[in-house]
Design a binder for this molecule. Sequence first.
Ligand SMILES: CC(C)(COP(=O)(O)OP(=O)(O)OC[C@H]1O[C@@H](n2cnc3c(N)ncnc32)[C@H](O)[C@@H]1OP(=O)(O)O)[C@@H](O)C(=O)NCCC(=O)NCCS
Length: 267
Amino acid sequence: MRSWYFEADGDLLASDAPEESIRFGRVVRRYAYRGRDHQVLLRKIEQDCPDLAIVRVPETDKDLLRKFSTICDEVIVADCQVAYSRDNVRLGPPEPPRDRTFEIREVTEQDLELLDSIVEKVFEGYPSHYSANPRLRGFRILDGYKEWARSSVSEPSGTCFFWLKDRKLIGLATSSFSPTTCEISLAGLLPEHRKAGYLWHVGREVVEAVVKKNAPTTVTSVLVQNKPMHTVLSQLGFVADYSFYTVHLNMLGRLRGDRTAHGSRKS
Ligand SMILES: CC(C)(COP(=O)(O)OP(=O)(O)OC[C@H]1O[C@@H](n2cnc3c(N)ncnc32)[C@H](O)[C@@H]1OP(=O)(O)O)[C@@H](O)C(=O)NCCC(=O)NCCS
């Protein structure tokens, strides 16, 4: 599963979010926009009129943020992330391993239950944009991360890596490949293996595996407050390209007019 913000270059991207709609019991749609004409995005959201619009916009576009309040009842700036890329063609593989006790292995269909339990531990309490929206409290957001991780195993374009130290599982990373790019989406260490300097070693293994799979670039995005991730990404040759906000627009009925709870027009 790709987070497709990376593809919104000037264009408007808009899509249904069926898994999130089921999970949160409301019509959820996702948008990404990096263009200059704000009306293109605002009109589209107004026309679609979902219960919750999850919108990704450039961090530099403060004007657009202000305008959201004109089309919905509640605007939540739910996170700010930095988008990174690594030019694998120019840089090649990362520097050699400094510690041979670290390795990775690809997750298979036989590992799915184990994968669920690792995702649950790694992302327990993770400050995602979902947890910033008080109207989504009470929903099991971790189930979304589990589904996402599972899709990186089941989808042909995905690969999920377990991180190991001394052959013991310490964390994971999920990725998704297109002909031009590999996107790393979820990554993390089990709580008991944090703050020990492991991230560089396992990150190095993932970058090497991606280069071996001939992806010309690797992209990822990281919450602005996640200091270890920023440090290690730059050590591995990633550069920060831009930053963006994830904004939740809770519609709460202002625009709904004569719509049903499922977003379709009443006849
Ligand atoms: C993000 C995450 C992987 C970072 O892991 P981490 O272990 O903290 O990262 P590092 O291995 O780089 O270690 C960082 C800290 O350990 C310290 N450290 C580094 N080497 C060390 C060593 N040998 N011994 C002790 N401490 C060490 C660093 O100084 C740094 O400390 P600081 O944060 O106080 O500056 C981890 O917090 C995590 O899995 N979080 C949940 C999921 C998540 O946020 N994922 C990212 C987005 S999907």
